[in-house]
Design a protein. Structure first.
Length: 386
């Protein structure tokens, strides 16, 4: 911007449009938002934003909880379905598979699992959501899923005895086939956070000062620099007053030159507060307490432990329950009747104190029978229970 003022003042470049001065001095304009497709949101909100990256990683890793398998009669310690979930394929274990699945679900609003095998699934694989599309039938329900990589396509037929694809989608009020991701809801806040980061970086590269103009007032009343004077001044600015290595270097002005700053300081524009506010909005969209992300001055929860419990109860466990319920309906009938895949709440350290209090409270309720207590704790019935 400084160089543009030099050129206009020196007479080397004249603007033909009458609106040019308005455009040059007008600092604000229409907001420019990033695209909202899955690929763009992943690039700007996950790989290019630390808050979005951390939110997705925290939820995906926390949601890969230990699972248990039971029916109305017993809880299984060993079962073919448990073996499949423990080692879903040759390249992934249970935690890695579910982390990838939940990551896709959070980034796109849709998660896809593929089951391979003839009579019974032998492997499970996570498919990328941005490559999958729904093929609806005449009644609107999916009859197939099409997976596209480059120019190659493969269709999974859903009309057989067993559906090879499990599709779990987030709630979307305006779409029948695809879910709404938290990344889309947080898109505006992500753009603000990214723009604030770019602005801060630009300020650092420019000695942490906003741009301005060098005004020339000649002794003889002329307001234009000679060509050689202009070129020398431009060369000096480019070589001695740009970049982080020149931060804080004083500028020597001579011959009627005067520096006029044209902009607000970072403190006046309160970019840091704007950036923190945008980060909190991103965390809000994902359901992650800001305290867990280390934002300064956040005292919404009494302590870190309380925030962590709220994170599991309000964000992680509803997502896990929805997924495992879909998984039960998809794989359960192939491995036996009445099988239910559930999250092992006793295996989640963040809920240990809460579960201990629940066990103690139910165990001390003398008006409950043993069968009722087991039912309230989510345990199967014993053989001698009525």
């Amino acid at each position: 911007m400084v160089l543009q003022f030099f050129k206009s003042m020196s007479g080397g470049e004249e603007k033909a449009s009458a609106a040019a001065p308005v455009i040059a001095f007008h600092g604000s304009g229409r907001a420019v938002w990033s695209a909202r497709d899955t690929a763009s949101l992943t690039r700007t909100g996950f790989t290019g934003n630390p808050v979005g990256f951390r939110c997705v990683k925290m939820i995906a890793e926390a949601a890969a909880v230990p699972v248990l398998l039971q029916d109305l009669e017993r809880r299984y310690d060993a079962h073919p379905l448990l073996s499949l979930l423990a080692q879903p394929n040759q390249g992934q274990g249970s935690a890695a598979l579910f982390e990838a699945f939940y990551g896709q679900l959070l980034l796109s609003g849709d998660g896809y699992l593929e089951a391979t095998g003839e009579d019974r699934p032998h492997e499970l694989h996570v498919l990328r959501s941005d490559r999958m599309s729904v093929v609806p039938g005449a009644d609107g329900w999916p009859v197939a899923y099409e997976y596209k990589v480059g120019s190659r396509k493969h269709q999974f037929d859903m009309r057989g005895d067993f559906a090879p694809i499990l599709h779990v989608k987030a709630f979307h009020p305006q779409d029948d086939h695809y879910g709404l991701s938290p990344m889309q809801a947080a898109g505006a806040a992500l753009d603000v956070h990214n723009s604030a980061s770019k602005w801060s970086k630009a300020l650092l590269d420019n000695a942490a000062r906003p741009s301005g103009a060098i005004v020339y007032k000649g002794a003889d009343g002329m307001g234009a620099l000679a060509t050689d004077q202009y070129n020398r001044l431009v060369d000096e600015l480019e070589s001695h007053h740009q970049g982080a290595q020149n931060a804080g270097r004083p500028m020597l002005l001579e011959g009627g030159l005067d520096w006029k700053p044209m902009g607000f300081s970072p403190s006046d524009m309160e970019f840091q507060k704007t950036k923190e506010s945008a980060a909190r909005e991103v965390a809000l969209a994902f359901g992650v307490p800001p305290m867990l992300l280390g934002f300064p001055g956040d005292n919404s929860y009494g302590n870190y432990q309380e925030a962590n419990r709220a994170f599991y109860r309000l964000t992680v466990l509803p997502l896990v329950a929805k997924t495992l319920e879909a998984l039960t309906g998809w794989l359960g009938p192939l491995f036996g009747e009445g099988l239910v895949v559930k999250a092992d709440l006793d295996g989640i350290p963040a809920l240990a104190a809460e579960r201990e209090a629940q066990w103690r409270r139910i165990s001390g309720a003398e008006f409950l029978t043993s069968a009722e207590k087991r039912q309230m704790l989510g345990l199967p019935k014993l053989a001698d229970d009525e």
